[in-house]
Design a protein around this ligand. Structure first.
Ligand code: GCV
Length: 720
């Protein structure tokens, strides 16, 4: 308790110091003074009397956050007490500890709030109005407190506030692809924030701010190690280090999870096999689980990447993914742990279309997993592309819960130099209709467990966090972390609502700024698709680091080349996944097949994902495919240039540091969008053998020039 108190104090001091410079460290928790604050107007007193009727570690966190938030937002010192008196204007208490006279005014059934939900309302008793934040337990109070603060940050009216919120998804996790040496696979914001070398004794105050940020958006779990995992993390030395992280995050409602290397019993356990049907192997994992839970009683469980991209797995012993997952599930089940088993499996030795392989592997295993296993599925069947149709596994396994894996970090979408707001992408997938149980069977309803009545549900986002001062490299990349958390809590929110909240709390409440910046964010997704991979193109990025265009990438593993995906030749371009091609389309329910199967009616934005289309084919818009492809690449660049112009008009509204930072990155983005456009148009022109429409600007350089642009030491991969 004392240690935590000291840590919180250090954090407070650090925050006050850091908040002087607008370097982005404070994320959306800036808590700058809000003029004409409605709270003060409503309560008409300069002092806020707050009572927190709880004594847990989480309550201490709540107290600190309120103090930090209110004293900056309102420029007034809040008084925080343990007993209610006439002056009390804000009461934070669990339903159990609320005084009876207040409880009597609550109509909502307490049990409907679940473990994490909260209820904020205005209580009127004896001429005195007060705001009550309540829930079944202290986690709900914490989430409610952050919500309350966000009302103030956004200067929203809290007059007669009455707001209930319950998360729709149970496990809301970040996945860190962070290595123990602090490099971050596909990370573009510096090194890992987890300093394993100095753990367990040095508790970086940044861990607390990380936990605050996550708690403020409802994230309740973190997998702190890379899915390409290192068995070392399961040794006693590292488990001890993990204890410090677990203890630091616990008051914020965040559980820690680990990735489990399937071959660990051999690598660190001295066994000769990791075969999941072997008794010694099972015992090894059972004992490992016991060892972890003894030190971390609320340890969340394991995330596993098996038999994928060279990772070991049950298939090394001719066992199925279900046999592998169940062994680990049995080890953690007595302690309430879960296993998140990834469906990201494909092999270049398999003759089939990569897009089909996960479904082919997992669909037959439906119903064969233990109750505490959840299959983690990427949003699309290839790999986090700027646009992919939803993964065909969604809806296909009624007896097996599936969780979503989104990528927050921008591996294929401009690393940390492109302004790319991902909520529109996330929403497109969540809202997609799988037709698994007729119309309205959205992906969202599958992952929240409501469609198939699963008792476990989850969503994961591959983190974009590093030790850069602003956490995410690009200032706007913070919005993707924020949006992920908000949608994990409530997938019904719109991309616009989330952008607006984030902008207000991160920059300013000025309406003109919000409207303009929101437009830039919302448009950024389609702009990026247009200048990178329009009309359903995919995976045509540079080899390995995936930074910049590489439609010419060939050689080595076929399914890691661009030629495999775009299939451009003299006849046309695109991957034929219809019944005359790989027939990947057959993995979807009939209504979805109907949408995509016909080249004439397939939505243009997914055309080349499903069809090989001739260059001269007239599209619905009236253009030939070749002309349309060119127009799209040009439109993408033009829209980024106009976003840049819009941004440049916003200088007067915000601080110079962050304005300049974004301006410089937009310059890079414009140049890189041009690089993408010319490289792709010139490359594909070799096959179309047609001129670029004459009204479009001609490329300044030859294709060779673009092919020769080489980037060394791109972050996020092992560089040589
Ligand atoms: C962690 C892609 C990425 C890899 C990543 C893999 C995965 O292939 O390029 O870096 O590995 O996805 O999700 O496992």
């Amino acid at each position: 308790m004392n240690k935590l108190r000291t840590l919180l104090t250090i954090t407070l001091v650090l925050l006050l110091f850091l908040s002087k410079a607008e370097n982005g460290y404070n994320l959306w928790l800036r808590y700058t003074k809000v003029e004409n604050q409605v709270l003060l107007k409503t309560y008409q007193d300069a002092t806020l009397n707050i009572v927190i009727l709880d004594n847990s570690e989480t309550s201490m966190v709540i107290k600190n956050e309120l103090y930090l938030g209110l004293r900056s937002l309102l420029s007034t010192e809040p008084e925080i007490a343990n007993t209610i008196n006439d002056q009390t204007s804000l009461i934070i208490a669990t339903l159990n500890s609320l005084p009876e006279n207040i409880k009597a005014n609550i109509t909502i059934e307490d049990k409907t709030l679940g473990d994490e939900g909260y209820f904020i309302f205005t209580n009127q008793s004896e001429n005195k109005k007060s705001i009550i934040i309540t829930g079944n337990n202290d986690k709900g109070l914490l989430y409610g407190t952050f919500k309350f603060l966000s009302y103030l940050q956004q200067n929203q009216s809290i007059e007669d506030i009455n707001f209930t919120s319950i998360p729709k998804i149970k496990h809301r996790l970040l996945n860190h692809w962070d290595n123990l040496d602090r490099t971050v696979e596909r990370g573009y914001a510096g090194f890992s924030i987890f300093d394993w070398h100095k753990l367990p004794d040095y508790v970086d105050p940044r861990y607390v701010d990380y936990a605050r940020a996550n708690a403020s958006i409802g994230i309740n779990g973190t997998v702190v190690t890379n899915v390409n995992s290192n068995a070392l993390i399961l040794t006693p030395q590292y488990i001890k280090k993990l204890v410090t992280l677990a203890n630091t995050f616990r008051p914020y409602g965040i559980k820690v999870y680990l990735t489990a290397r399937f071959s660990a019993p051999v690598e660190i356990g001295g066994l000769k096999t990791a075969d999941p049907t072997n008794n010694e192997v099972q015992n090894w994992w059972n004992n490992k689980a016991k060892e972890i839970y003894k030190l971390i009683p609320d340890f969340g469980g394991f995330l596993v990447k098996a038999n994928s991209e060279g990772q070991p797995g049950p298939q090394d012993y001719k066992r199925t993914h279900a046999e592998g997952a169940n062994m680990l599930a049995d080890a953690v089940a007595p302690f309430g742990g879960i296993v998140m088993w990834r469906a990201f499996v494909y092999s270049h030795e398999a003759p089939d279309d990569r897009a089909k392989q996960a479904y082919s592997e997992f669909k037959p295993l439906d119903g064969k997993f233990r109750a505490n296993v959840i299959i983690q599925v990427k949003n699309g069947a290839i790999d986090f592309q700027p646009r992919e149709p939803f993964h065909p596994l969604f809806g296909a396994t009624p007896k097996t819960p599936l969780m979503m894996e989104f990528q927050i970090t921008q591996e294929y979408t401009g690393c940390a130099t492109h302004l790319f707001y991902q909520a529109p992408l996330y929403k497109e997938v969540l809202n997609a209709d799988t037709y698994a149980k007729g119309q309205g069977s959205t992906v969202a309803k599958i992952i929240d467990g409501s469609l198939h009545n699963n008792n476990i549900s989850g969503i994961a986002g591959v983190a974009n966090i590093g030790n850069d001062i602003n956490w995410t490299g690009h200032p706007f990349a913070q919005a993707n972390w924020y949006a992920f958390g908000r949608l994990a809590w409530n997938h019904e929110l719109t991309a616009e609502e989330i952008a607006e909240e984030w902008l207000k709390m991160t920059f300013t409440n000025d309406k003109d700024f919000i409207n303009a910046a929101k437009q830039i964010m919302i448009n950024s997704r389609e702009n990026l698709v247009n200048y990178m991979t329009p009309l359903g193109l995919h995976h045509i990025m540079a080899r390995n680091h995936h930074y910049g265009p590489g439609p010419w990438v060939d050689g080595g593993r076929a399914d890691w080349t661009s030629l495999y995906y775009h299939q451009a030749n003299d006849d046309g371009i695109g991957f034929n996944r219809s019944s005359t091609g790989s027939n990947a389309i057959s993995q979807y329910f009939p209504e979805v097949q109907d949408l995509y199967k016909n080249i004439k009616t397939c939505p243009e934005n997914s055309l080349l994902w499903f069809h090989h289309v001739s260059w001269d084919k007239k599209l619905a818009s009236g253009n030939s495919l070749w002309d349309k492809l060119c127009y799209k690449y040009y439109e993408g660049v033009d829209s980024v240039i106009s976003a840049q112009k819009q941004w440049n008009k916003l200088e007067k509204y915000i601080d110079k540091e962050r304005f300049d930072h974004v301006s410089s990155l937009l310059k890079i983005q414009v140049n890189e969008a041009l690089w993408w456009r010319y490289a792709c148009v010139l490359y594909f022109q070799q096959f179309s053998k047609q001129p670029i429409p004459k009204e479009l600007e001609k490329p300044k350089f030859s294709l060779e020039h673009y092919k020769n642009i080489e980037h060394r030491f791109v972050p996020g991969i092992k560089n040589e």
